[in-house]
Design a protein around this ligand. Sequence first.
Ligand SMILES: [Zn+2]
Length: 90
Amino acid sequence: MSSNVGQNYPYTSEIESDRAAAVAAVIEAHPELAGTIATEATPLDASERWWVWKCPTKGCRGLLHAAGYSLEKHAVFVVCDGTCAKTFLR
Ligand SMILES: [Zn+2]
């Protein structure tokens, strides 16, 4: 990818069980993220399907999975399942 255009648009979507499994796997690999999510995000509402975004970190091929809402609820708090394991708001 040579452009940043479209980066904030969802890449795909996933069902709730896939999302939960992806986030659980990220937290298992990076336990400190559990604390970050607990302090910076609120739990998600029940939903069958969630958007997935591509990670914007250079060189990271991860995908961003919804892990909660930002405290203001204006954005979805997402975690990267790739090498950077960063969190973002979408
Ligand atoms: Zn990443």
